[in-house]
Design a protein around this ligand. Sequence first.
Ligand SMILES: CC(=O)N[C@H]1[C@@H](OP(=O)(O)O)O[C@H](CO)[C@@H](O)[C@@H]1O
Ligand SMILES: [Mg+2]
Length: 556
Amino acid sequence: MSTEPGKAAHEHAVLLNAIADGANEYPKPEQVTYTYGTAGFRTLAIKLPSVLFRVALLAVLRSKRLEGATIGVMVTASHNPEPDNGVKLVDPSGEMLDPNWEHHATALANCPTTESLISTFTTLVSHLRVDLHQPASIVYARDTRPSGPDLIHALEAGFKAFGASVKVVDVGVTTTPVLHHVVKATNDKSGAYGKPTVEGYMEKMSSAFKTLVGNKGPLAPLYVDCANGVGANALTELTKYLGDIITIHPINTATSTPGALNSQCGADFVKTRQALPPSVQSAGYLSKPGTRGCSYDGDADRIVYYYLHENKGTFRLLDGDKVAVMVAMFFGDLIAKAKLEGDSKVKVGVVQTAYANGSSTKYLTSRNIPVTCVSTGVKHLHHAAQRYDIGVYFEANGHGTVLFSPRALQTLQEAKPTSPDSANAIKHLLAFSDLINQAVGDALSDMLLVEAVLAHRGWGASDWDAGYEDLPNRLVKVEVPDRSIFVATDAERKLVHPAGLQEEIEKAMAKVEMGRSFVRPSGTEDCVRVYAEAKSQVDVETLAKIVVDLVEQFSQ
Ligand SMILES: CC(=O)N[C@H]1[C@@H](OP(=O)(O)O)O[C@H](CO)[C@@H](O)[C@@H]1O
Ligand SMILES: [Mg+2]
């Protein structure tokens, strides 16, 4: 845009006309209200074209507001069924969109007409003090959903309205964490984070993995359920970079079979059902004792592991809590071996949500590892983890990563080893910081992290599992007329509303041994979630039932 007043006004009018033309092509369906939630906009794909067009406008505004910093747009609905889709924005550091801007996204998405869209857009430009003369830079990608290409068209139409002031890079069909990597690396002008490309991501991770386990391979084979999603493509690519250090068997890789995505497979299926995907079960992949399997979700930002009990053949889940505990303990030991001096001590902390199994929290705290509990949603965990030198964060369902603070990295880079052992520990800690996605939870990166830790420990799945035994637990969805009456506090462990309900829940908890239960409204589905755990299966069922009944009673 020009800085001459007359010309600038003309260009502004041209821009608004172009936005109006695009908006007319992608009208908002009537009677749909959109919310930018925990995971961006997510609903049936047929309802989304207008949202994609408007998200493009917001992405451009955000980039211009940040003086041309690169913003990411990911088109995915993660573990949802195939007819759904979604879109979320990625901030320049590779993190989720700033929560203040979520409201602006919601406002644009819900404008009923082209006129109201233009008016809201203009208001945002002035309220947010966006200088439209600034350049903008956007990278975008999508998962394998059949609705993806049309939604990408709608997104691109939004970018085109701004003409040449917007530079766009289409990363193509890839995982959510790869897109986050590209965003973070593009904005890191020092180049230290790695190349801002899919190849850069693969090279960085595979070379760190080789540094860590190159002399320990070949590692025992691993079966990877890709949920018939985009993780299958990324994993195929990654295995080329890994060579023969580890034998990976990708399964559920039918990315173009209609209806296959997340159907009877994937991390969400396994965590919710606490069972193997039928395809893994029937093929007997894990029947050889000790064989490890893992499942990604549809956009490969989440992973859970499992194996079959050696004697009983029963299913054993190694979820996000199990990963967090193993990784935190391992990093604690590695830091001790590094023998860093005095003030340069690096400390490990863990961030969980209330859904973390009580046994995992007890295991950590009894070993003096600090644990912070935060509200559900990756962005809360990510921010809390940034307060530790090495912050390990995982949701029980497998979303998570490990963050190395700039101070920890600098300390490690400058540390003077006192022995060959300390030199090795420092080298390994630095390699782990390259192996682990520093922007967001990442199924592929977390998988290599688990494999590297197991190899360093000399452990199989059952050794890993032996640390602690999960308390029996139950997670129940309750549909209520209006979930907004449920208001939680204290990292969502207590309810402040409806009045009196919390007291009743606490009475029920006190009746069973090691009873714990909490209730919160879901941020992604129209339901209230009830979580309960207790020392025995019978007690947990009783506790869950009482609390579900209470929720129903108090929602009338
Ligand atoms: C109990 C549970 O698993 N909740 C999930 C779910 O959030 P809810 O707000 O509970 O619907 O979706 C989030 C986004 O994927 C994920 O971060 C979170 O862990
Ligand atoms: Mg996901």
